[in-house]
Design a protein around this ligand. Structure first.
Ligand code: ADP
Ligand code: MG
Ligand code: ZN
Length: 613
């Protein structure tokens, strides 16, 4: 439309241009440029109609018209702009031309309009361009760059996630069931005068499925789901967070019943008036606004707010008050049964070889969150594609687990042989303790392939999932951790830095036994306080609530536990030195040994069972 109109104009423009040029051409033919002598003569002899003088700094430009034989002629001339010339010129003109016909122009004055225009035009172009860009952005749906105060909450209607997709959180799902009932039919509850919790706080380690569960609630209830992350409220501009909160609730109101999900609420909900450094004001304003809005939700408006965090300890107590996030749902790490269920959910769309047993996989992955498990299966599928397997094989799954634990294997990094021997000895030490010490964790796999930060690693898992640890279990863990260092010492006669991580962990356990669990001769007194991270809004100073004398005793007890464990490790490894040597040899050959390989080594001295005949 616009284009065709433009095209239509073209002929007119061309015609106009032709007329103008013709006019100037004919005019030019009657224009005479004169030198000063001729100019004086013209003034003295012709009948002058008008004269214009333009006073430039060095010359005076003269233009004018005169009539002769009924034709009007234009004349042009220039004279130097000096005082004498000037006086002479004026005298001459006054004597022959009427004052009214003389115009004197100052070029600086005349150009004034043009000059302002010249300045204005680029400015106008710039502004126009700006407006154009803004419009374009708006049209492209990307207007948010200019809408600082608008809520960043994303509306997700039509949630496809259902409770079937969330595996192994039966208690949590039950807690949510009532909420779903409410969202489906808020009126039913209001008639009964029941107060439904407006806010639910989901607490749990990262990857345990909090976000997923919240989505599933919205999906089951079939209501709109607004999701926003706590950090979306925080912006460089003060006051933005608060107005975003206001905006979010206002928007949600329009589509009630609906659900607002605030992920990682600790980003805004941290305890007020705590923490180091500035920058708290903005966050506190945002939090205050959030509290106000939560209070503002009338009982039966049909808005349910679910928040998720993995740091409930740093939240402001005001958030947890009745009427706000007064109900907490703890989403815990899955146990073996839960892991199996999660694996089954994510195995739905994958093809496995026949010998794959998800139950075994679940047994081998304690401490894995739902997200980790999903990741394991995904990595395994990727490995299967890369290895050109038509189905996912056990080896792919193994690699998947290893990758999730320690990042991709560093195939390119090569040990020198001495280093390789050292790592093999170290890891074999852990393995031997695991094999022969009762209560120790079971060795699932030993490898000397470097991964991430670790030179090699031992996958050791508890024999069963337990909530509590006995004293002897903890001691066995320490013995197992020290096994690596002991083996280095006994076999190589030299120790390396490879054990520093083990030693750190062993010390931590021992210190916990003494000062937190009362498992030493000092008795059942708790001497440590678990202080949160300073940067997460806790006190800077740790309060030590015991005397230096006790501190000394704690240190002694810790050392005693470590020393005893060290001796125990020495004893076990000394007793099974031949097994250790066999494992070292096998590790150097194969780099990775499974639980079955290790059992064979214990029984037969070699990885493969001797052929029966
Ligand atoms: P969180 O919010 O607790 O950090 P998410 O809900 O984002 O964790 O979980 C990340 C992913 O992990 C999910 O998308 C899902 O694939 C997987 N996952 C976690 N928990 C479960 C579960 N219980 N059942 C099925 N999948 C799960
Ligand atoms: Mg999440
Ligand atoms: Zn180690």
């Amino acid at each position: 439309m616009k284009k065709s109109r433009l095209v239509g104009i073209i002929p007119y423009v061309i015609t106009a241009l032709m007329i103008v040029s013709l006019f100037t051409y004919t005019k030019a033919s009657r224009t005479k440029t004169l030198d000063y002598g001729a100019f004086e003569k013209v003034i003295q002899t012709k009948s002058i109609n008008k004269v214009t003088l333009t006073m430039n700094s060095t010359v005076i430009d003269i233009s004018g018209t005169y009539t002769e034989n009924n034709t009007e002629y234009i004349f042009l001339a220039s004279v130097p702009n000096t005082e004498t010339q000037n006086n002479r010129l004026m005298e001459l003109l006054r004597s022959r031309v009427k004052d009214a016909a003389i115009t004197i122009k100052n070029p600086y004055q005349t150009n004034y309009l043009m000059e302002t225009l010249a300045q204005l035009v680029p400015l106008m172009l710039l502004v126009g361009f700006g407006i154009y860009m803004i419009n374009r952005m708006n049209a492209g749906g990307n207007a948010k760059a200019f809408e600082f105060s608008k809520s960043r909450a994303r509306l997700e209607g039509n949630i496809k996630v259902s409770f079937d997709d969330v595996a192994g959180c039966e208690e949590e799902k039950e807690e949510m069931a009532e909420l779903i009932d409410y969202l489906r039919d808020p009126d039913k509850f209001s008639k009964m005068g029941a107060r439904i919790p407006k806010g639910i706080l989901m607490v749990g380690a990262p990857g345990t499925g909090k976000t997923l569960l919240a989505k599933a609630v919205a999906g089951e209830a079939d209501v709109p789901f607004y999701s926003i992350s706590g950090s979306d409220f925080v912006e460089m501009f003060v006051g933005v967070g608060a107005s975003r909160v206001r905006d979010m609730f206002k928007t949600a109101q329009k589509t009630a019943p609906c659900m607002i999900f605030i992920d990682e609420i600790d980003a805004v909900g941290r305890q007020r008036g705590a923490g180091l450094g500035g920058g708290n004001d903005e966050r506190e304003q945002t939090l205050n606004q959030l509290l106000v809005e939560l209070d503002g939700i009338e009982e039966n408006q049909g808005i349910v707010v679910i928040a998720a965090t993995n740091r409930p300890d740093v939240l402001d107590p005001a958030l947890l008050r009745p009427g706000r996030f007064d109900r907490q749902v703890t989403v815990s790490m899955p146990d073996k049964k839960g892991r199996l269920a999660i694996l089954k959910v994510h195995a739905r769309n994958k093809k496995f070889a026949d010998d794959i047993n998800l139950e075994h996989l679940a047994a081998r992955t304690p401490g894995f969150s739902g997200a980790d498990l999903e990741n394991v299966l995904n990595e395994a599928a990727i490995m299967a594609v890369r290895n050109k397997h038509s189905l996912i094989q056990m080896s792919d799954l193994d690699e998947g687990i290893d990758r999730v634990i320690g990042g991709p294997a560093k195939k390119s990094r090569k040990y020198n042989d001495k280093e390789k021997h050292m790592v093999a000895v170290h890891e074999s030490g852990h393995a031997v303790v695991g094999l022969f010490l009762e209560d120790a964790d079971e060795v699932q796999k030993v490898t000397i392939i470097p991964r991430g930060m670790a030179g090699g690693y031992n996958l050791m898992t508890p024999k069963e999932d337990t909530m509590l640890h006995t004293k002897s279990q903890l001691e066995s863990q320490i013995v197992g951790l020290l096994g690596g260092r002991v083996a280095e010492e006994m076999v190589l006669g030299e120790i390396s830095t490879g054990a520093s991580n083990d030693i750190e962990k062993a010390t931590e356990i021992a210190r916990g036994m003494v000062s937190a669990y009362g498992m030493s001769s000092i008795g059942p007194v708790q001497y440590s306080k678990n202080d949160g991270n300073v940067f997460l809004g806790r006190d800077y100073t740790t309060n030590k609530n015991y005397s230096d004398q006790i501190a000394f005793e704690i240190d002694q007890e810790v050392r005693k536990i470590i020393n005893e464990s060290y001796r125990k490790a020495q004893q076990i490894i000394g007793d099974h030195r031949d097994t250790l040597d066999n494992i070292v040899k096998a590790l150097e050959e194969q780099e990775t040994l499974t639980k079955e390989d290790l059992e064979n080594i214990v029984k037969f001295g070699t990885v493969t069972a001797p052929a029966e005949n």
